[in-house]
Design a protein around this ligand. Structure first.
Ligand code: NAI
Ligand code: MG
Length: 337
């Protein structure tokens, strides 16, 4: 049976990489029945809203989406459509795996970062305080981590570990300084860890030390469990360990909805030139196949990506090659045959 799924072409290089992903998924005979919906600047131009009601209704119906990057229009007072989308569907877990596909600065990296996606400093209670005649003399930002939200993401990480046969979770915090904000997150990670004793190990790192150790000895890490801000930063760091934004997939997971996307944005500097690397979105498509219970299909896709890069040596310019998006896509499809 076909699985209904929302397809969001997105902005900038979005339609180029989404077309590539759909062509490859077709070649794989992936069981998706796409409902194409506009969002971002494309949604704003066509329907007057970066997050049109038709799109939200589609995701409510399918519970599943593959999403190209969305440009946040500057001016006009629009909030990031990406943040609104996470909030609209309570997508509390952001899963960002980093695995070596092409040997680069490092080899054999295999780390999965789980980022809390709705709380922390991203709730953005920000304001200024005046002093004398300067109305913006002091900048204030209050973050909020709830016990429930901290426990929910910790439990998600441990369940993920069991399901994917991972042995160790490192919870990242700054509980020596942000004793309350990240202390509660650490406390709940430890509470949840007790339920998994003997199956999954928990250790912890202070975020600054963790950032350094990721560069010195990344192989010591299996999974990272992070608050929203630390996860945003460290997920880019681990993407860097395996070759950058062209190879970095992400999944936004909630109770009823899952949205798969590349970690990168709409790349306006290269949009329309046919040279965007579609592999981040294709790796995200692989996560989507795993999610709907088609992990063998996901493995076939990952293997074809591996062979295209390493045996055929076909790479887009961001990976030091000369191939266009279309060249790479065609080569991948050959490898699936
Ligand atoms: P970006 O990720 O779009 O681009 C950063 C750099 O990486 C650029 O030089 C770009 O050419 C390169 N790059 C990114 N993806 C690539 C790919 N697949 N192949 C080859 N090169 C690639 O980040 P930037 O420029 O800060 O943001 C542009 C727009 O994207 C903004 O409007 C931002 O709000 C939005 N954005 C959307 C995201 C999403 O929808 N999830 C995530 C990040 C940014
Ligand atoms: Mg980020």
């Amino acid at each position: 049976a076909l699985i209904p799924a929302t397809l969001i072409p997105g902005d900038g290089i979005g339609p180029e990489v989404v077309n590539a992903a759909v062509a490859v998924l077709d070649a794989l005979k992936a069981p998706f029945e796409w409902d194409m919906q506009l969002a971002g600047v494309a949604g704003l131009q066509a329907k007057g809203d970066p997050l049109p009601e038709d799109l939200l209704a589609s995701i409510r119906r399918t519970g599943l989406a593959l999403k190209g990057p969305l440009t946040t229009p500057i001016g006009g007072g629009f909030r990031s459509a990406n943040v609104r989308l996470r909030e609209a569907f309570s997508l509390y877990a952001n899963v960002r795996p980093a695995r070596t596909i092409v040997p680069g600065r490092y080899e054999n990296i295999d780390i999965v970062l789980i980022r809390e996606n709705l709380e922390g400093f991203y709730v953005a209670h920000e304001h200024y305080l005046p002093i004398g005649d300067d109305p913006r003399a002091v900048a204030i930002s209050a973050g909020a981590n709830t016990r429930e939200g901290s426990r929910r993401i910790a439990r998600y990480a441990f369940e993920y570990a069991l399901k994917h046969n991972r042995k160790k979770i490192t919870v990242v915090h700054k509980a020596n300084v942000l004793k309350i904000l990240t202390g509660l997150f650490l406390e709940e990670a430890r509470n949840v860890a007790r339920e998994y004793e003997g199956r999954v190990q928990l250790d912890d790192r202070i975020v600054d030390a963790c950032a350094m150790q990721l560069v010195l000895n990344p192989w010591q890490f299996d999974m990272l469990l992070c608050t929203n801000l630390f996860g945003d930063i460290l997920s880019d760091e681990i993407a860097g360990l395996v070759g950058g934004l062209g190879l970095a997939p992400g999944a936004n997971i909630g109770k009823d909805v899952a949205i798969f996307e590349a970690v990168h944005g709409s790349a306006p500097d290269i949009a329309g030139r046919g040279i965007a690397n579609p592999l981040s979105l294709l790796l995200a498509s692989g996560l989507m196949l795993d999610h709907v219970g088609e992990p063998e299909m996901g493995d076939r896709l990952r293997k074809a990506i591996h062979l295209t890069l390493n045996e055929d040596n076909i790479k887009t310019p961001d990976l030091g090659g000369k191939a266009s998006t279309r060249d790479l896509t065609q080569a991948l499809i050959q490898r699936l045959a």
